[in-house]
Design a protein around this ligand. Structure first.
Ligand code: ADP
Ligand code: MG
Ligand code: ZN
Length: 656
């Protein structure tokens, strides 16, 4: 928040700070031009006095004119110094004291001089007899050849246009950069071209190791292999294995993705280049691409090393999902793709990238040879939270009464960053209260601050929600187990996830199935609807948590009717066709309107039947539902084996 404001102020001030300079420059330029202009023209003409044409003729006739200069539209004349002044004054009709004493002092001499150099001029009139008249009175006359002053013409033809173009450019760019929100106004803009400036970070040694990352054992395991690749590439080359080029760290914010990437570099003891994806996206097409090129060039010089691209979704967004495409981003992405293809991974460059929106990434980024490995970094479960708290608690002095497990129990849903923050808040509170060590009460207080402060942003569930989610998830698994008579899931957790639902069920890896029977499809729908059914059985209530289940169940039921020919009413009539199979795979209804309404009826019939079936299954097995769900509420995670163990224990008990 604060940061943003500072940014905004900067943006507003910068152009204004610059503009006085520009305008000073402009004004000085203009003044100079005019001054030169005046100086030059002054030399050619003293004071000028305009007279009538008839007066001009009279002056010529009276033989007082010395010289006449005929120009395109005017005639200028000077008088003979010895001319009779009284005569001149009579003709011009000016009253002047004729009895003027002879000039005495220097000032008067100058005035006299000026009078003699007086230039009179008059508009030029078509007068064919003029030449003859001038000749007759022995007046020197000429017409000057127009010759542009070289300084003036230089200024008008060179300097002026440049200044004007510069001003136009300046205003255009300023408004452009404002519109694009380019920070730093003018300064930022001028610097874009010279992108050699450091847009990435390079750490020779991050100093972070896997010990600094608590929990996340699975992630660490897959990354350990990467470290080994960097350490001893020969080992892999010998056998002919190609080193992976990159891995994508996927997970909600604050779970330690950046930390893990640094730890890989620290473990491998190689330099760590890091850059944020948004750094590549500039307002000028091509800048991002050249940055990618630069980055890889630098990295190649330092190999073995790690390149870490944080928030890669900023450039890696799928290219085909929008109408107005973004050229700059596409170019940058293409450059990244070709760089990734271009370098030889045996040189020991490993590219790590992090994102919390893997679903928007371009397919080309994920194909083998690029970010083909995906490391899931999830929100920590109970033991994970305890371990993370322990890592961060090492940095502060703990009192004797501290029990980190209790804190971990109270922080379901918190990510690593939240936990680190809590420990720090607790330490700050201890200092505020004048203590030398952190007590349990500080930690508990900090938990509340962090949780209450984030209530809306993050999903940290209250006890009732937690129970409801537990029953919902167990409902799914139990229905599945009862129908298929086999272990339904690998794992269920009710640690909320930003990316998915509140709870999370890791299903069994299914064998590839190309054919499904009608019975199996119905069982699937029943399983999907069993989450809601469990809520109804236990709480007599419904929650919003079933929306995704409902969507999927309905879609499945609909396909059964319109594409698989599995409804009583329509039999094998095809009612939908799939279009754009390789893009969005949308189904297009091909029947008439009235058929559409009837299809809805059929779909609703299937859904209702399956819902009833789910309710029946769970009611019959309510004791198991409750037992497993309560276990889950307490432990937050249940494995498939534990699930089956409880399920069968009950069965055996019932038989015995
Ligand atoms: P992400 O990149 O996933 O958004 P970070 O790696 O930036 O998250 O994590 C932010 C901070 O949270 C880290 O600097 C660290 O202090 C703390 N943290 C997060 N996860 C862990 C973890 N598993 N172990 C220890 N500390 C963690
Ligand atoms: Mg990060
Ligand atoms: Zn569900």
């Amino acid at each position: 928040m604060d940061n943003n404001q500072i940014d905004n102020n900067d943006r507003k001030q910068t152009p204004e700070r610059h503009s006085p300079n520009i305008f000073n420059f402009l004004i000085i330029g203009l003044i100079l031009t005019f001054a030169l202009n005046i100086m030059v023209s002054n030399r050619m003409a003293n004071q000028k006095v305009q007279i009538e044409y008839s007066q001009f003729i009279q002056l010529v006739e009276s033989d007082t004119v010395k010289q006449v200069q005929i120009e395109t539209d005017q005639i200028a004349l000077t008088l003979k110094p010895e001319a009779d002044r009284a005569e001149v004054q009579r003709i011009l009709g000016t009253e002047e004291n004729t009895a003027e004493p002879a000039p005495q002092n220097r000032f008067q001499q100058m005035a006299e001089q000026a009078r003699q150099n007086q230039v009179y001029y008059t508009g030029r009139i078509e007068d064919p007899g003029l030449t003859e008249r001038l000749l007759a009175h022995d007046v020197a006359f000429y017409r000057p050849i127009v010759q542009n002053n070289p300084i003036m013409s230089f200024i008008t033809s060179w300097i002026f246009p440049i200044v004007i173009f510069y001003v136009i450019y300046y205003f255009l760019m300023r408004s452009l950069s404002k519109r694009m929100g380019g920070a730093g106004g003018m300064g930022g803009l001028m610097n874009v071209g010279k992108s050699k400036a450091k847009f990435y970070d390079m750490e020779k040694n991050t100093g972070v190791t896997f010990n600094d990352v608590a929990g996340q054992d699975e992630a660490k395991e897959s990354l350990t292999e990467m470290v080994d690749f960097l350490h001893s590439p020969e080992k892999y080359q010998e056998i002919g294995a190609v080193q992976p080029k990159g891995a994508l760290l996927v997970g909600p914010p604050g779970t330690g993705k950046t930390l893990l990437a640094k730890a890989v570099a620290g473990e491998a003891k190689v330099p760590f280049f890091s850059i944020s994806g948004s750094e590549f996206v500039e307002m000028y097409v091509g800048v991002g691409a050249s940055r990618v090129r630069d980055l890889f060039e630098q990295a190649k010089k330092q190999a073995p090393c790690i390149i870490f691209i944080d928030e890669i979704d900023a450039i890696g967004k799928s290219r085909d999902n929008q109408l107005g495409s973004n050229d700059e981003r596409e170019q940058t992405l293409n450059q990244l793709l070709s760089e990734m293809d271009g370098f030889d991974s045996s040189k020991g460059i490993l590219i790590l990238a992090a994102t919390n929106r893997p679903e928007v990434l371009d397919k080309a980024l994920l194909r083998p040879g690029r970010f083909d490995r995906r490391v899931i970094v999830e929100k920590p479960d109970l033991p994970g939270r305890e371990a993370i708290l322990a890592v961060h608690a090492k940095k502060v002095t703990l009192g004797a009464d501290v029990n980190l497990r209790d804190i971990a129990l109270a922080t379901s849903g918190a990510a690593g960053a939240d936990l680190a923050n809590m420990v720090n808040e607790a330490a700050v509170r201890a200092v505020r209260l004048g203590r030398k060590e952190v007590l349990q009460e500080d930690l508990m207080e900090a938990v509340e601050v962090v949780i209450a402060g984030k209530e809306k942003k993050d999903r940290i569930m209250n006890a009732k929600e937690k129970r409801m989610v537990a029953f919902h998830e167990v409902g799914h698994a139990l229905a599945s187990a009862l129908q298929k008579n086999s272990q339904p899931v690998q794992k269920i957790t009710i640690v909320p996830r930003t990316m998915g639902s509140l709870g999370y069920t890791m299903n069994m890896p299914e064998e590839e199935r190309y054919l499904l029977t009608k019975g199996e499809l119905l069982a699937r729908i029943t399983t999907l609807l069993a989450g809601r059914a469990a809520e109804e059985v236990e709480f007599g209530e419904m929650s919003t948590g079933a929306s995704n289940d409902i969507e999927r169940a309905t879609k499945l039921a609909r396909t059964m009717v319109t594409q698989y020919g599995m409804s009583d009413k329509f039999g094998m009539m095809g009612l939908e066709s799939t279009q754009n199979q390789y893009l969005d795979g949308r189904n297009v209804f091909t029947g008439s309107e009235s058929t559409g309404a009837a299809v809805d009826g059929e779909v609703s019939k299937i859904i209702d039947g399956c819902h009833d079936e789910a309710l029946k299954l769970l009611r019959e097995n309510k004791d198991k539902l409750v037992e497993i769900a309560e276990f889950l509420v307490e432990k937050e995670t249940i494995t498939g084996e534990q699930f089956m163990e409880i399920l069968n224990r009950n069965k055996n008990a019932a038989i015995a």
